[in-house]
Every structure is written in C-alpha cells, then in structure tokens.
Design a protein around this ligand. Sequence first.
Ligand SMILES: NC(=O)c1ccc[n+]([C@@H]2O[C@H](COP(=O)([O-])OP(=O)(O)OC[C@H]3O[C@@H](n4cnc5c(N)ncnc54)[C@H](OP(=O)(O)O)[C@@H]3O)[C@@H](O)[C@H]2O)c1
Length: 218
Amino acid sequence: MTTAIIGVGNIGSTVARHLVAGREAVVLAAQDKTHAEALANELGPLARAGSVNDAIGGSDTVVLALWLDQIKELVPEQAAALENKVVVDPSNPLGFDESGQMLRTLPDNQSAGSIVASLLPANTHYVKAFGTLSAESLAEAANREPRVALFYATDDDAAATTIERLIRAAGFDPMKAGGAAAALRIEMPGGDLHQFGLNGELLDLDGARDAAARKATA
Ligand SMILES: NC(=O)c1ccc[n+]([C@@H]2O[C@H](COP(=O)([O-])OP(=O)(O)OC[C@H]3O[C@@H](n4cnc5c(N)ncnc54)[C@H](OP(=O)(O)O)[C@@H]3O)[C@@H](O)[C@H]2O)c1
C-alpha cells in the first residue's frame, strides 16, 4: 500500500512524516521536484519522490495537500490517473487577495470538499481528512496519550477504511464526522468540528464523539 502525497508544504510534509513514522510507504510530489526529493531523502527508505504523474500512478491513495485553487487546476489534468483511487482532501475554502490577505473563497454554506468531490471521476473514493487541525498542531499532537482524534467525512466505505488506517498510522484516533456533506463541519473558517471552531482545543475520541453529537442534539 503506497500513499501519494501531492504537495509537501505545511500539511503534506507533516502527513508524510507521520505516515512514515507509522511504517506507511509514501511517494511525494511537489511543483518544484527538489522539495519532494529533499523530504524523501530526509524520511528514508519508505519515502520516494516523483513527478505528480508517477506519484499518482504508483499509489493506491492520493492526498491532495494543495490549496483549493491548485486542486481545481490539478484534478482535471489528472482525472484519468485518479480513477479508482482513494482521494484524501485536506483543503479549506481559502485563498489570498491581492494584498496577500487570506480570505474565504466560497459561500458559507459551500464546502471546499463539495467542489473537490465534484471534479473527481465518479469512481474515485473521496474523503475529507487531515485538514482539521492547524499544521502546527497536526505536527505536534501525533502519538499522544490519550490519542488526539482526527475527524473525517465521507460517503464511501472504501475511503473510510483507508483513512482510518492512515489516521491511526499517523498517530491519531479516527472519528467519522458524517458523510461527505459533513465536510462543512470540519473545514475552516466556520466548521464547528475544526480545531478553530473548537477554540483551538484538541479532542480525544470521547470528546470528539460528544462534539460531533452536539450539533445533532442542539
Ligand atoms: N497550513 C495549515 O495549517 C493547514 C491546516 C489545515 C488544512 N490546510 C489545507 O491544506 C492545503 C495545503 O496547505 P499548506 O499550508 O500545506 O500549503 P503550502 O505549505 O503552501 O504547500 C503547498 C504545496 O503544494 C505544492 N503544489 C502547488 N501546486 C502544485 C502542483 N500543480 N503540483 C504539485 N504540487 C503543487 C507546492 O509545491 P512546492 O513545494 O514546489 O511549492 C507545495 O509543496 C490547503 O488546502 C490548506 O487549506 C492547511
């Protein structure tokens, strides 16, 4: 089982480090291939670097560790290669204005996940995950006791099985927030189950279960 990680910035590099520490094989790609090569060298034999095409072609699962605008460009170019893969999407509906200020790029009731899923071939196994904490918290919180929970959202059983394995390998406990529509709850800004919607708190599995149920009973 190999996981392609497209993008080796804040989120991609953190996910790659955690997966390799959890004995998962990864293949890394970036816009500048030297960035992927440098990280693969640091991570050792379970990691290698390749082009985006190589990485997707040589993997079962693909993590799109890119900004939403970059995903919107890359997915149509790679649509055929993504067929039948599990696709993991950590993106938030964020972009930058001309002055470099970060801003929400979608209406409040529209998730980045709904956009990404709509661009993928129908036979991909889509899951929203690995974007529910800041990159800094994600880097620091692996393998704590008790384990920190990471929410995911999917309608797809194969994607759920895969992401549960990867979240555990990364040193966290998986917690399903709901179907793909629950992406809205785990993205930021606005998601009540994103770390920033939880006042920065990191939840264990019991806390995550309570938080996920809270809105349902509110
Ligand atoms: N940062 C956070 O705290 C955080 C938390 C949760 C979720 N997220 C989400 O995670 C996603 C990634 O954020 P980030 O902070 O990790 O971004 P980032 O640090 O800017 O990294 C983006 C990566 O994407 C690569 N890339 C861009 N276009 C590409 C292309 N066409 N083909 C291959 N690689 C390409 C870049 O390559 P180069 O290295 O060559 O430039 C870079 O490695 C975003 O959607 C964000 O909303 C971020």
